[in-house]
Ligand binder design. Structure first.
Ligand code: MN
Length: 672
């Protein structure tokens, strides 16, 4: 039995509620607390403490974010279904339907997770958003994760690693999407420390070492600014902005920058009372130091989808240091820290906040949306869909989620289901209505594709399909049917085999690269003169034949990226740091990892191996695993000479009976 004297009471929680949200129904909270305490009475946490401490801490976090009575009650009750014999029906009867729905939602996340295979974990995040219809469920889950991480030291080491990985894969990105940067930072740093202890230590030590130097610099900037602000009679709060460890680590990894370069960027945040002052201060900063115009962002006029608002500008500061400013009002700052939870903050305190914040665009948007809808729940549903602005989630009639790019059409959907469905589609029904094939799909649509045996792809589809997958398959089909009717073999293929691919950007010299091998960095001569340390980017893994571009990394030479590399687009770096490069004819081979999906049959593996051999390719490593419904997936590392060689191989593999999908994986290739 647990000693009742150590069972915590509600006083801490009530204190937080009172200082944040006076409208809360304390009686209801008290009832939920007593119910949960009874349900968990014989349970202990791994720390040896009474279990009730956990739901209580979760509720405290949410109370600190101003969440409403129902959410706090559901937070207290969030583990009772999983851990005791209590049913959702009982909660509904004892409390109300809304509370029961939240508890049910949180419980479902756990069961959804158990059903999800490890490989699909990255989809889980999106699935959560597509299936959970109340964002407060996710807020409770995030607060739950936060407390579990704060007490993670009581878990066995392996479990700590699993939890941390899941947090970095699912929950932290979710928190970022919801704009909850404070919570996201805390859960990221705890998980980062567990998964990458060495890197964590390195960064922590560097922060300690750099802090005094940074402080002197930032104080210098503050003095200049305050003098100017006093002159103009402006009140503003100026702070140096500490980046959290994990974001430093991510920057190092993504931009391939050494740690010193990350600290080179000094960041200052200015918080003011009114929007117009944001723009005033921007003007002052630009009169003091020269702005790097390409880095200016007005997130006040155009807020991010997670509601974030601020002005961002980077200038050349004293001693030539790039200096980054974020300028925002107080409530924009709150939104930047707690994100979506700000919705409850503003909604629940109309009297105190309204006057001061009434000009805020965010508030206007929320109010407009709330007033336009009969059901305030619609606001959350709408918001949920906004979170993935560049992607849509559609459904098959059987309820399977098909993720597509925004703007995708019924044809894209058909190809996402299966190549053959795409090739033979003749019509589509969206939400039970017959629509043209080029109809643009929306999140939540249920799509039924009709196929016909004699139908085949039309060149006109290329005008409206959105996904590269569909485009590629349509082109491929057309090319193949041309070959079959006696047309000549594509000239493009021959050109690729005989010539080097050229990167053409005006005003810049072309450098030639030859003889780079993935396994080793080496010095080589570029343009006859300079010695450059060359490295192939891990993110996009270019191989000879790919259109490439060189990126000068500080102190680390030249990194070769594909021109289409997504991480380059994210970097927003100065153009001077890019160098045009071309491949020279090379006889080397390069290890590439490809994935093959197929419906299992006899001799499938043998046929795959035969095709690989016929493409004069070696297999370096092969893994196979069975997925659901007799599907098999092979991951194979092969040696290829060039992109055209790889494409040729993929083409051969795709023509094997029962093979449904073949593509190159941009994963690190490790051969052992
Ligand atoms: Mn829990």
């Amino acid at each position: 039995m647990i000693d009742p004297s150590v069972i915590p009471d509600l006083s801490d929680l009530i204190a937080i509620i009172n200082s944040n949200n006076a409208d809360t129904d304390i009686g209801f909270i008290n009832k939920a607390y007593n119910f949960a305490r009874e349900a968990h009475k014989s349970q202990l946490r791994l720390s040896g403490e009474p279990y009730i401490i956990h739901p209580l801490e979760v509720a405290k976090t949410l109370a600190g974010l101003n969440l409403d009575t129902t959410t706090l009650a559901a937070a207290l009750l969030h583990d009772v279904i999983e851990d005791s014999k209590i049913t959702i029906e009982a909660i509904k009867k004892e409390f109300n339907e809304e509370t029961a729905n939240l508890v049910d939602g949180v419980t479902k996340i756990s069961s959804l997770k158990k059903r999800t295979k490890y490989d699909e974990v990255h989809n889980l995040r999106k699935m959560l958003l597509a299936t959970i219809n109340d964002v407060r469920v996710i807020l409770i889950k995030l607060a739950d994760k936060l407390h579990n991480l704060r007490t993670i030291k009581y878990q066995p080491y392996e479990k700590q690693q699993t939890i941390s990985k899941e947090v970095l894969d699912i929950y932290a990105p979710l928190a970022h999407r919801l704009g909850m940067s404070q919570l996201a930072s805390e859960i990221e740093d705890i998980s980062f420390n567990i998964l990458y202890p060495e890197e964590y230590k390195e960064i922590a030590a560097k922060v300690v070492q750099k802090v005094p130097e940074m402080e002197i610099y930032i104080n210098h900037i503050k003095e200049i600014l305050h003098a100017k602000f006093n002159e103009l009679n402006i009140t503003a709060q100026v702070t140096g902005r500490a980046k959290h460890y994990y974001s430093i680590f991510q920057k190092m990894r993504l931009q391939e920058k050494p740690i010193d370069d990350i600290f080179d960027i000094r960041a200052i945040r200015i918080i003011v009372n009114e929007i117009k002052e944001c723009y005033g201060i921007l003007g002052i900063i630009h009169s003091l130091w020269s702005p790097i115009t390409s880095r200016f962002k007005d997130y006040i006029a155009v807020p991010k989808t997670n509601m974030y608002q601020s002005l961002h500008t980077t200038v050349i500061g004293p001693y030539g240091h790039p200096l980054e400013f974020q300028i925002r009002t107080k409530e924009m700052h709150t939104t930047a820290e707690i994100g979506i939870a700000a919705h409850w903050l503003y909604k629940e305190n109309p009297n105190i906040q309204a006057k001061e914040y009434k000009n805020l665009m965010l508030l206007k948007n929320i109010r407009r949306r709330l007033s336009e809808k009969d059901n305030p729940q619609d606001f959350l549903t709408e918001l949920k869909m906004d979170l993935y602005a560049d992607e849509i989630f559609t459904f098959t009639p059987k309820g399977k989620i098909i993720k597509l790019a925004k703007g995708a059409t019924a044809v894209d959907f058909a190809y996402a289901i299966h190549t053959e469905v795409g090739h033979h589609c003749i019509g589509a029904k969206v939400n039970n209505h017959i629509v043209p094939l080029k109809t643009e799909l929306q999140s939540g649509d249920i799509i039924e594709i009709r196929t016909g045996n004699k139908e085949h792809p039309s060149e006109s589809w290329l005008k409206f399909v959105k996904s590269s997958n569909a485009r590629y398959k349509i082109r491929n089909w057309i090319r193949k049917s041309e070959q079959e009717t006696g047309a000549t073999i594509s000239k493009i293929q021959q050109q690729k085999d005989n010539k080097t691919a050229e990167v053409t950007i005006p005003n810049s010299e072309l450098f030639k690269i030859k003889d780079i091998s993935r396994q080793k960095k080496q010095n080589l001569t570029i343009n006859g003169t300079s010695n450059v340390l060359l490295k192939l980017a891990q993110c996009c893994q270019p191989i000879p034949g790919d259109e490439v571009i060189g990126f000068i990394t500080r102190g680390r030479g030249l990194t070769v990226h594909k021109k289409t590399c997504q991480s380059l687009k994210k970097l927003e770096i100065e153009e001077e740091r890019f160098i045009n490069i071309v491949w020279e004819g090379s006889v080397d081979t390069y290890p590439v990892k490809i994935e093959i999906n197929a419906l299992d049959r006899q001799n499938l593996l043998k046929d795959i191996a035969d095709e690989i051999a016929s493409a004069k390719t070696n297999i370096l490593k092969m893994e196979a695993d069975a997925t659901e419904d007799d599907n098999v997936r092979f991951k194979i590392i092969v040696e290829v000479k060039s992109t055209s060689h790889l494409n040729q191989l993929i083409h051969l593999l795709k023509n094997i009976k029962n093979v449904t999908h073949v593509h190159k994986l941009n994963e690190k290739v490790i051969i052992k």
